[in-house]
Design a protein around this ligand. Structure first.
Ligand code: ATP
Ligand code: MG
Length: 576
């Protein structure tokens, strides 16, 4: 490509709302453009990188027997009503009506659509297993679109779905996809970690998230250096403290004026926060629009894990919010800042498992300015649900081996799920076995955020001057910087190199613009093309300057040597 007639414009200034490097650099390098909040378009160079990532994905999916199809992004509401997700998916589902008032959505994911296709076409065990995938634009009306391509409302996703006869078949499909994902992200150059994850709105029984390590990522992962435990912090089990074998004392109501927080009451009574019970009050709006109250109790020094709470309640995350204390107080007897498990009524009580083994704790008395001391589980209160609802923190014991856990941040670039029969049962996708017996098809689903992956690569590969693309996903492999378009010798050497590289199948940009050299060098660094060959004054002696974007040093060499060096490094690295 000749830059002189390319559709390409770099920006000197950092776009005002861009906070993170990938957003700033992809915008400045003229690779993406914003249309509306969380909605971006791709310009030629950015689109080439997207297509490289897609190509890597296609190769690895096909290698595992995947077959590519393309389903519509517009999905009829009826299918989502069948699976129960028309309600369950919540406000992120981008709902639209046609001119006759019929409900549709713009697909955020395609479990329903793939299940529908397969239930109509597959009826015999002979047709299984199957693995279908597509690369397609997805829509999610995110509450807070942010960080450029990392959290958008429209994005490109590869989604695949496996269909098996039984759990054993699913195990193999899941392992195949897990391996394919590891290869895909390795080929994209990412430093990533597969970690155990929550199933979230997709459902099913088992899941792993592929997390590209990055300080700006929104995923928090807990991992252990003594064993191989690694999980998202929302998923990781948080170990209960050892059971206390203290004797139970009589409960005692105490006057604790103005002590609305755990810290206040602990200080006032001279207790450790570990000797207190913290209350968190919620309202759940169910499908019929009815409100129900929930009180969750954890030890005073712990933090609530919202994902574990909604899983315990069996509700979608969008259905729960902090309660309005006045309204809840009237209905349940709770008292803002002084709520404890004794004296509450008409609300569901969820108790963290750890509290069961603790003795003589201090809790709110459900009375203004009062607490109760020596509260004990079983004797004084009970939970409707008792399970682990606390958030793991750095340094807490590993749930597998007990060593202190470490924390890291990252960007979720992909996720794999064992769905089991959730969709095939609710939507009636059955096959007949050898004896003509019906069985639900056993499913898995697997997603990669293609546009998010591109941003994750830039987060891991950049410096103060711009992007440093890994060869496998770079929009072009080589850029030839022609210093003076007026100098005939320079032009001839640059053109020869350009032709030579093209002939060798190298993707090359010739910067033949009538710009100052400084501008060309700055742009070459910003674009991050892996190899730069500069043709300047040395051209009169057949000498050019050769430089890898990732290295500091430049080497002067004969033009032909530069040509051979470039071809060699491109061929060695382009597959990733
Ligand atoms: P997140 O937790 O970040 O909201 P998710 O778990 O809801 O993501 P999945 O349903 O697993 O996402 O979707 C598969 C992949 O699609 C994700 O791993 C991610 O790479 C990508 N993805 C999801 N939401 C977005 C988004 N809003 N913008 C860009 N990519 C996204
Ligand atoms: Mg996910």
């Amino acid at each position: 490509m000749r830059l002189s007639n390319a559709y390409f414009r770099t920006l000197r200034e950092t776009p005002a709302e861009a906070e993170i490097s990938s957003h700033i650099l992809l915008m400045r390098a003229g690779m993406i453009r914003k249309l509306a909040s969380g909605i971006y378009g791709f310009l030629p160079l950015g689109w080439r990188s997207i297509r490289k990532i897609e190509q890597i994905i296609r190769e690895e999916m096909d290698a595992k027997g995947g077959q590519e199809i393309l389903m519509s992004a517009v999905q009829p509401a009826e299918l989502w009503q069948e699976s129960g997700r028309w309600y369950g998916y919540g406000p992120e589902l981008w709902r639209v009506k046609d001119r006759n008032g019929r409900d549709f959505c713009l697909g955020p994911t395609h479990e329903e659509i793939f299940t529908d296709i397969v239930r109509n076409d597959v009826n015999s065990y002979r047709q299984l297993p199957l693995n279908l995938y597509q690369i397609q634009t997805k829509y999610r009306d995110e509450a807070r679109p942010r960080f450029g391509l990392l959290r958008t409302r429209e994005f490109i996703m590869k989604d695949s779905y496996s269909f098996d006869k039984d759990a054993e078949g699913l195990e193999k499909s899941y392992t195949d996809m897990y391996d394919a994902y590891s290869r895909i992200f390795t080929r994209c150059g990412l430093d990533f970690r597969p970690v155990e994850a929550d199933n979230g709105a997709i459902g099913g029984s088992k899941s792993h998230e592929f997390t590209a390590l990055s300080a700006v990522g929104e995923s928090e992962i807990a991992y252990c250096e003594s064993c191989d435990m690694a999980a998202t912090s929302e998923r990781a089990a948080c170990v209960d403290d050892a059971t206390s074998n203290e004797a139970m004392y009589e409960t005692e109501k105490v006057y604790t004026p103005g002590t609305k927080t755990i810290e206040d009451v602990a200080a006032y009574l001279g207790l450790d926060t570990k000797q207190t019970i913290k209350a968190l009050l919620f309202v759940v709006h169910d499908e019929t629009g009815e409100d129900k109250y929930v009180a969750a109790f954890i030890r005073g020094d712990r933090e609530l894990n919202m994902t574990k709470l909604v899983n315990a309640l069996g509700i979608p995350e969008h259905a729960i919010e902090f309660a309005d204390e006045e309204a809840m107080s009237e209905a349940t007897g709770c008292v803002g800042g002084f709520t404890g498990p004794i004296g509450l009524h008409d609300c569901k009580i969820v108790v963290d498992s750890e509290l069961v083994g603790m003795k003589n704790l201090c809790a709110g008395a459900c009375e203004v300015d009062h607490h109760i001391k020596n509260v004990n589980y079983g004797r004084d209160y009970k939970g409707d649900i008792v399970c682990d609802i606390k958030l793991i923190k750095e340094g807490y014991p590993c749930p597998v081996c007990g060593a202190p856990v470490k924390f890291a941040r990252g960007i979720e670039v992909g996720q794999v799920f064992k769905l089991g029969t959730k969709y095939s049962e609710s939507m009636g996708a059955y096959y007949k076995d050898e004896n003509m017996q019906n069985h639900p098809i056993v499913m898995g689903c697997y997603g990669i955020g293609v546009s998010r992956t591109m941003a994750a690569v830039v987060e891991q590969y950049h410096d103060g001057n711009g992007i440093i693309w890994p060869m496998s996903v770079a929009p072009y492999h080589v850029i030839i910087t022609l210093v003076s378009t007026e100098d005939e010798t320079q032009v001839r050497v640059a053109e020869d190199l350009y032709e030579g590289l093209l002939a060798a199948g190298v993707e090359v940009i010739l910067d033949d613009r009538q710009e100052r050299p400084g501008v060309k060098f700055k742009d070459a660094d910003l674009l991050g093309i892996p190899v730069r060959i500069t043709v300047g004054r040395g051209a009169s002696n057949g000498i050019v300057e050769y430089k890898m974007r990732r290295d500091a040093e430049k080497t002067e060499m004969k033009a032909d040597d530069a040509l051979q060096a470039a071809i060699a490094v491109v061929n060695a690295e382009k597959r990733g």
